[in-house]
Design a binder for this molecule. Structure first.
Ligand code: FAD
Ligand code: SIN
Length: 485
């Protein structure tokens, strides 16, 4: 059996691609654990869109400003020019965004946006509501607990994928087109906001095959993450809170961010994260998110999930401030793709969503542009693949396929070391020597008798460190201390 499409990942990018592929096609979606265990499900703030034709230049300008003009400008154009039509298409298929008192779409503002242009659903549960909608719309086969461990590639053609279905079992599936929508790399860091399913194995496969990973040094740290739990996955306090008036203060209630940037809390995300890191290092004072500008009834209605989560944690919002710290949040870098979403040099392999790097986000992603990227570039990938109608010939592929061991005894300790190394040395502020030492450490881990999944994660971590070492000067999210002469 040959599928028309295999889609790796069931987040917004994968499920929207599936929605746009006709029911008549044979499609297999693969995901780890359950379909809702993905970053999309946890997205709070919303989805950005150019509000109308007139807003496109301004949305483009804001995206480029946040990305420090390192963005691929054509990709930004594709993103913004398609945004409104993609949102309208979702709404006409039944997705409901929140409305204002007049029954019109309620747009909100987040950092580095020059106007309100972010749509949200169920207040602060935008990702969950979009995911639920896309899952309901899904007409194709979805296999859960399927962990992709290899792409079957010969002569620039991907003819299928190999995946673990349990600790010991592997399966092969063949397809005319494969779409990678496997998300970012969050679990490589000790502290992050991401789903546990997001660990960057597919980026590792791409690196192993000698295909291009791009901008891997560009990793984004979200400034306002709740500090008070011991889990690696930290609860996010959405940027929409700051967009609507929440302030970052020290334990003496001083709003120190204006000492770093004229826009204070609404400066680009990399600036805010770095400033918090620096201020805390210098002063050793605790840092908090304060909600004192909010009135309680409004707060509960606008941010019902954050209100309920923090109520369970013992905080009476908006009256109490919450201790925060930056944590890893988003990968701007990823699998290098053309504007048509094809993996560079490949004939029938696509990458979309956070896994991909068209260069659209440049050196720092503008808030709420990621859900948008997922819906726009999934459409681009499906349209392009339908037009090209590439067909593989299975009889060409007769090589024996290698089998893998999923996990080994020593993996757990190395995984923990890996996360600590990445957090300590490849996060908000970087130093060349520490990056080089980390790379050497990763190289030595790669020589150990480790399982396939850890091997792939280490390859991805290696590509982040190498890219960070190669970029000697700070740019956007990549802040490296320059060597003293
Ligand atoms: P994901 O939604 O992460 O899905 C990845 C999928 O790939 C999962 O199904 C996973 O199981 C699967 N997968 C991974 N590896 C494998 C493998 N080896 N084999 C098989 N399957 C695999 N962006 C915004 O624009 N607005 C927001 O408000 C916003 N808020 C956010 C809040 C949080 C807490 C987080 C973590 C992110 C937020 N983001 C937001 C970013 C945004 O949610 C993500 O970038 C986006 O959802 C990524 O979508 P995706 O489809 O590319 O990947
Ligand atoms: C948030 O709600 O702060 C996250 C927004 C984003 O990552 O774009």
């Amino acid at each position: 059996m040959i599928y028309d499409y295999i889609i790796i990942g069931s987040g917004i990018a994968g499920l929207n691609a599936a929605r746009l592929i006709p029911k008549s096609k044979k499609v297999l979606i693969l995901c780890k654990k359950f379909p809702w265990e993905c970053n999309t499900f946890y997205a709070q703030g919303g989805i950005a869109t150019a509000v109308d034709e007139k807003d496109i230049p301004s949305h483009i300008k804001d995206t480029l400003n946040a990305g420090v003009n390192y963005n691929n400008k054509q990709a930004v154009q594709v993103l913004s020019e398609n945004s409104n039509a993609c949102i309208k298409d979702l709404i006409s298929d039944g997705l409901e965004f929140d409305l204002n008192d007049k029954g019109e779409l309620a747009f909100t503002k987040e950092a580095a946006h020059s106007r309100s242009r972010i749509l949200h659903a169920d207040g602060d549960a935008t990702g969950r509501m979009m995911h639920l909608f896309l899952l309901k719309e899904c007409n194709h086969d979805l296999e859960t607990n399927a962990v992709v461990n290899d792409l079957l590639i010969e002569n620039n053609i991907c003819y299928g994928v190999q995946y673990f279905t349990s600790e010991t079992e592997e399966k092969i599936a063949y397809a005319h087109n494969t779409i990678i929508a496997s998300g970012g790399i969050g679990s490589l860091y000790k502290y992050h906001t991401n789903s546990t399913t997001v660990a960057g194995e597919v980026q590792g496969i791409i690196s192993e095959k000698g295909l291009e990973l791009k901008d891997m040094e560009m990793m984004q740290f979200h400034p306002t993450v709740f500090k008070g739990t011991s889990f690696a996955r930290k609860s996010l306090l959405s940027e929409a809170l700051r967009g609507e008036g929440a302030c970052i203060v020290d334990e003496n209630n001083y709003r120190f961010l204006f000492d770093y940037h004229e826009d204070g809390e609404l400066a680009p995300r990399d600036v805010v994260s770095r400033s918090i890191f620096d201020y805390n290092k210098k002063t050793k004072l605790g840092i908090y998110l304060s909600f004192e500008k909010f009135e309680k009834t409004y707060f509960r209605k606008r941010f019902p999930n954050i209100y309920a989560n923090f109520n369970n944690l013992g905080y009476d919002l908006p009256f109490e401030k919450v201790p925060i710290s930056p944590a890893f949040h988003y990968a701007m870098g990823g699998i290098a793709t053309e504007l048509n979403a094809k993996v560079k040099t490949m004939k029938n392999l696509y990458a979309i969503g956070e896994a991909a790097c068209t260069g659209v986000h440049g050196a720092n992603r503008l808030a709420s542009n990621s859900l948008l990227e997922g819906i726009v570039f999934s459409k681009v990938a499906v349209e392009n693949s339908m037009k090209e109608n590439f067909q593989i010939k299975k009889e060409n592929y007769t090589k024996t396929i290698k089998t893998f061991t999923r996990n080994n005894e020593i993996d757990k300790d190395i995984k923990n070391s890996l996360r600590k190394i990445m957090w300590d040395n490849a996060s908000i502020v970087r130093e060349e020597k520490k990056l080089i030492d980390s790379l050497n450490q990763i190289e030595s881990f790669l020589k150990e008798d480790i399982g396939r999944l850890l091997f792939l994660r280490l390859l991805t971590a290696k590509s982040i460190l190498e890219a960070a070492i190669d970029r000697k000067k700070p740019l956007g999210a990549h802040f490296i201390k320059e060597r003293e002469c």
